[in-house]
Design a protein around this ligand. Sequence first.
Ligand code: AMP
Ligand code: ZN
Length: 487
Amino acid sequence: MKDNMVVYNTLTRTKEAFEPLNPPFVGLYVCGPTVYSDVHLGNCRTFISFDLIYRYLLHLGYKVRYVRNITDAGHLEGDRDEGEDKFAKKARLEQLEPMEIVQKYTLGFHDVLRLFNTLPPSIEPTATGHISEQIEMIKQIIKNGYGYEVNGTVYFDVEKYSKEYNYSILTNRQLEDLLENTRALGGQDEKRGRLDFALWIKAKPEHIMNWPSPWSVGFPGWHIECSAMSSKYLGEQFDIHGGGMDLAATHHTNEIAQSQACNHTTPARYWMHTNMLTVNGTRMSKSMGNGFLPGELFTGNHPLLNHGYSPMAVRFFMLQAHYRSTLDFSNEALEASEKGFRRLMASVTLLDKLKASETTSEFNLAELSDSCYAAMNDDFNSPVLLAELFEASRFINSVYDGKSTISSADLDSLRKLMNDFVFDVLGLTEEGNQTEDMGKLMELIISLRSEAKATKDYATSDKIRNALQAIGIQLKDNKEETSWSKL
Ligand code: AMP
Ligand code: ZN
């Protein structure tokens, strides 16, 4: 199955056969979050998409080293290396230390991704933990002639680089166009070319997060952290580099330039970019203020939502679109996904209840399995995979209703296939009512209610029962115990 996999490579703008440099090992680097605020659902889409890719590579038997960084320094308000540091600004607003901001939003990010059942990366390096590696890389870039220092700040010389390499190889844009769309240099600018970007920035007196360097007490530019950390953990050239599409034009373009200038290689062979989650056609972003927080979605506490959605219904919603297509967020779309998700999971539950018959199956399981692999081998096409799994789900229902038959060997294969694709590859799990936390919470509520009943406080025990009923949870009492289920 591995031999047939093709992935879309942004670098070549074609689908290419996937051939790792050093099989069975695969190096995967994904740009992680900038942890000065909560992640929104758009960010989550990118991380869920790469979770699918990671999971499928693991399923195929590759040994993947998945590196996803945490950006905890070096982000200024303006795109062009200007303005206040975002971490320092947030720290000022929340009256915390910048590192408290980093810790707070890193923990929040982990909590959210855990709810979406994404697998943790193999390494999660931070920019502040790799200052010396970044300094070493900048030194080498200067030594190779592609960086220059002005008043303690170091810039990357894009003009010089472009004479020897294709600077915009990733986006295929003309240098003239890029120049045209970039602000002309003013008298106060230190850099030589208007496309030049900072590798190291000298700190202003009010700047709090600083490190010593050969050039000044300052901090690294944003792009250098990913070049330094990816080469440290995956080597100068590795297999896949990923991130959201919005990173291609600047961040990834500059990463390629830095690695070429330092090591004379393009860092990654395959560049993969996820498309954007939009709201009414506009990209969801922190700066636009149209970002849904995962918490708002789970509770339904947002004017655009009719009710709350479970993390798994949301994950399913994301998987119903191919990672390279845009996906528009709406209450209607989520409602349809929630239904689809529940239908699929209901048939998976039914699998345990199916009885095999002596006769042969009326369903070609080998064909179904091939189609599932074909879908995922075609650049991780999860919507097509889901359509195949719904075929299986119709068959499962039909066997359960006694309208079709399945042999015992096929039933085993079907169980394995559904288990592999629904749980391992797509990363779906049962909805909240089955999770450990919910179980513990319900145990607590039921014991409180039993205590109320034991003291004949029926008002409280009824209140608990009715309140649970109102949020869709039913209690059933028998002589020994009380059980609960979702309505
Ligand atoms: P940030 O924390 O802003 O650096 O973003 C983290 C990741 O989320 C990056 O890979 C972005 O490309 C990605 N991202 C940001 N907005 C969206 C969106 N609306 N849809 C999908 N991915 C996004
Ligand atoms: Zn990055």
